[in-house]
Design a binder for this molecule. Sequence first.
Ligand SMILES: NC(=O)c1ccc[n+]([C@@H]2O[C@H](COP(=O)([O-])OP(=O)(O)OC[C@H]3O[C@@H](n4cnc5c(N)ncnc54)[C@H](OP(=O)(O)O)[C@@H]3O)[C@@H](O)[C@H]2O)c1
Length: 490
Amino acid sequence: MDRPELEAVTIVIFGASGDLAHRKIVPALHSLYATAVLHPDSRILGVSRRPQSDAEFREGLRESCARHSRCWKDGKGWEAFASMASYLQGDVDDPSCYGLLARRLEEGLPRNLLFYLAISPDQFSRVARGLEGAGLGSVGREAAKEGSWRRLLVEKPFGTDGKSAHELNRVLSSVFDEGDIFRIDHYLGKEVVQNLLYFRFANSVFEPLWNRRYIEKVEIDVLETQGIGTRGGYYDRAGAARDMLQNHLIQLLCLAAMEPPSSLDPEAIRDEKVKVLRSIPRYTTEAYHERSARGQYRGGRGAGGESLPDYLGEAKVAPASLTETFASLRLEVDNWRFAGVPFILRTGKALDRGASEIRVHFRRPPATLFAGVCSENLPTNEIVIRIQPDEGIWLNFNAKEPGSAEIERKELRFSYAKGGGESLPEAYERLLADAFAGDSTLFIRADETEEAWRVVDGLELAWLSPGAPRLIGYPAGSSPDDPLFGKAGT
Ligand SMILES: NC(=O)c1ccc[n+]([C@@H]2O[C@H](COP(=O)([O-])OP(=O)(O)OC[C@H]3O[C@@H](n4cnc5c(N)ncnc54)[C@H](OP(=O)(O)O)[C@@H]3O)[C@@H](O)[C@H]2O)c1
């Protein structure tokens, strides 16, 4: 999609004093400003309840940008960026907040409006309704005629199940047109994830092999070394399946499995992703039991040797909580291309490694020729799309060991790491830039989120039924490959 000319925008951040605003959103805006992707006449208006002056708000942002902005450069240009930011004390639960906001927006701020919901998910509908009441929605408005647009950026989690996601979609779409709603899954903003489409569809060597005939299985991992930290209040109600599997892992599955879209148009790409989701069977309860595993971390040593508490001892976790901090699920994409190929999704906290990757295992070649050198165990070829750390793509293949007849595994590796300390744009930079440009390719469409919930709702329901896999207590620092997680999902 061609980028439209840069336009000034007012970015209204609900939850401006929170963790996400300080660690991700504002540092990303700072980098976009520093790299001339944010129009210099733009404005940032922070909204949250605590009282603070503009000067105090800016001082807090300065500390956050110094720590988290990719383009900090010892604060060069900070004053100019800071002068874009101001603060509005407001409670989103109080209807008068929206009138105040509407009046502030009339005070000469850019008329293109991007509302960023960096608040608790149970406040999303209320804010949408509040914006509607203040005449700040986009439904029924002709952006071209008005000469300005209005867009809504929504953080994850999008609902807590299919029903709540559907209801949230209903409310949001009564205030903002679907094309103006940008549902974030920040994994899609990562360079290597975007590259997956280029890798698959801009090369002729991989795509002919990308099907059930050559692929034995696909593993998708999003593994973390840390525990839940201070997120107990939210996490204990969600768990690994709702927090990670429903969004990041299923999105990666869609990109790995989708058919070539008819164009790079956002709708064409999202249509193909929805087709993948619809091809995931409706499993029975017993089938979910057989194809899933779940665990909860116990105290132990983290990957770096630090001691991690038992999940049940974490702040704001119920004393007898049955919430899973590890989940694995084996899915099939039951279409012509992938019928019978397992897609194994695993995610968890407090594990022995932090790694996000898609690993495509190809079928073993007939070993007859080399049976003498490696018995039946001729290593298989793998393509690994590594999202973090060490972003890159590599291909494992077999070669002859020099000076002997043995087979050894070799690697062709493409790495994103560049010399000179130059870093890749942060996912949030890319996503914000796309939202300014009105490009929704990397955002989740309403039907995608509901279809993804359909898969996870089935799992959650099955886990509440008799015969569900037991919740395995695993010592912090365990490997996800440890047999204690059982065979399910492998
Ligand atoms: N943090 C992350 O890394 C992360 C990652 C992915 C998604 N998210 C999502 O992003 C959202 C925000 O997360 P967070 O970690 O930033 O949460 P947080 O640190 O708890 O921040 C919440 C923010 O909302 C404000 N707030 C709370 N109640 C309010 C009200 N009634 N009116 C106005 N403002 C109110 C708080 O400020 P006051 O107390 O001053 O009002 C604070 O600024 C959540 O939906 C979360 O799921 C976060």
